[in-house]
Design a protein around this ligand. Structure first.
Ligand SMILES: [Zn+2]
Ligand SMILES: [Zn+2]
Ligand SMILES: [Zn+2]
Ligand SMILES: [Zn+2]
Ligand SMILES: [Zn+2]
Ligand SMILES: [Zn+2]
Ligand SMILES: [Zn+2]
Ligand SMILES: [Zn+2]
Length: 225
């Protein structure tokens, strides 16, 4: 199913890429849908391996070389989970390794060797790659990190020091967003999960709050208010 017309030379070009890449794709650790030849779908071709690579944190088509310990990991979280004495500073990542062709190269969105897009979402500040754009990633310059949920749905509050959902913008008590979730201890400022303030001003994951309420607890676990 072509959604747009392509010329003869482009179609030849695409065939060449298919031949060059299919060898690698077949070796992929995730199964390929065999009933569809890549030629049948140009969009699929340009996104070779899309959503088939990565780790439990991100669907990315490259790994990162961590400058702190000179190792190769799928992502920052994978590095931090495997390392006990230091954390990776995301901005310091400079080299990545394409998962399709294994070429190590300076971080960029498109592989300079095989031409595959290594992440549908790419932040050149955080060196963050993710094919799963349903998370609606965006980089907040004031937070200095990538966030989820769509730029249009969030506003940065200077007092809180972080991004809040729009409905809270003119309607919240400022809290320091650089605190841990009282239930699971995750640092909320960098959390990928949704959170909200409780009446006392302490903040908590929505998920953790719901679990807490299910257990019959409705007071803040930090200050008991
Ligand atoms: Zn390290
Ligand atoms: Zn990971
Ligand atoms: Zn490549
Ligand atoms: Zn970013
Ligand atoms: Zn922000
Ligand atoms: Zn605020
Ligand atoms: Zn939590
Ligand atoms: Zn509290």
């Amino acid at each position: 199913m072509f959604s747009f017309q392509i010329g003869r030379s482009e179609s030849k070009f695409i065939e060449n890429i298919v031949d060059a890449i299919s060898g690698h794709v077949n070796k992929a650790k995730y199964p390929v849908h065999e009933e569809k030849s890549p030629k049948q779908n140009v969009v699929e071709l340009l996104g070779v391996g899309k959503m088939h690579y990565g780790c439990k944190h991100y669907r990315s088509r490259c790994k990162i070389r961590t400058p702190c310990c000179n190792k190769i990991y799928s992502c920052r979280y994978c590095h931090n989970e495997a390392t006990s004495n230091h954390e990776l500073i995301r901005y310091e990542v400079q080299q990545v390794i394409c998962s399709i062709c294994d070429k190590e190269q300076p971080a960029a969105q498109v592989c300079t060797n095989c031409g595959v897009c290594m992440g549908e979402y790419y932040c050149n500040i955080c060196k963050l790659y993710d094919d799963d754009t349903t998370k609606q990633q965006f980089h907040c310059h004031q937070c200095g990190i990538c966030r989820l949920g769509g730029r249009e749905n969030y506003s940065h509050c200077k007092k809180c020091g972080g991004c809040l959902e729009n409905f809270l913008r003119d309607n919240h008590t400022c809290v320091n967003l650089r605190q841990d979730c009282p239930i699971c201890d995750e640092f909320l400022f960098e959390s990928m999960k949704e959170f909200k303030p409780m009446n006392c001003g302490h903040i908590i994951h929505v998920e953790c709050y719901d679990k807490m309420v299910k257990c019959g607890i409705t007071i803040c676990p930090v200050c008991s208010k």
